[in-house]
Design a protein around this ligand. Sequence first.
Ligand SMILES: [Fe+2]
Length: 241
Amino acid sequence: MSGFVDLHAHWVPAVDDGVKTDAEALEMLRGLAALGYARCVATPHIRTAMFENRRPGLEDAHAAFVGRVQGEALPELGLGAEHFFDDVFWGLFQRGEHLPYPGGKAALVELPPERLPLRLEHVFFEMRVRGVRPILAHPERYRDFYDRSDALEPLLDAGAVPQLDLMSLVGRYGRHPQRAAERLLDEGFYYLACSDAHRPADVELVGRGIERLRELVGREEADAMLGDHPRRVLAGDPDFE
Ligand SMILES: [Fe+2]
């Protein structure tokens, strides 16, 4: 199997701050396909007080969208969620009401950007013990990792797998995340890279991010982070420790 696999994007219409319409979703997915993506897994936000989504509603919205766009030439589509890390998330996880990636072997988690939660590594460890690998969304966008990486070590020890946001590499979120992403790449922390695209216009930045990633780590490693590694995450066997 070849082609890139995107494990972080917001193209289920009108469920979060991503695309609003089918037309926008189609434009985004066609753009990602043109960049080389063969499979796209949507990760709508589940975030208390902002995006009060739950698994059944997101599954319905995704299935309805897939039904409406049947017959279109698109990447293979799938559904997960971007879970904001808080007590609500932990309750959902313990009740089996979280929304993991297809296959159920990994789930995407984002952190509050200003300060790392307490006991984070314990929760990640618990997730891993229960057979769900925590995929850590865009560590470069969290203040604690702007200038140093040491706080990342215990999270990796607990089983978290860092996921780069490609748009960080081209300044989408400002200088601090861009520099942090370059440093974390240089230090070898990332296992996979994803789009986190929210609108069709993001696709061009994602494409530039892919080019920048290839400049920084070489084409072979970049393509592994875009294809083979996300496939391994879905299969439940990331060769990452
Ligand atoms: Fe996201």
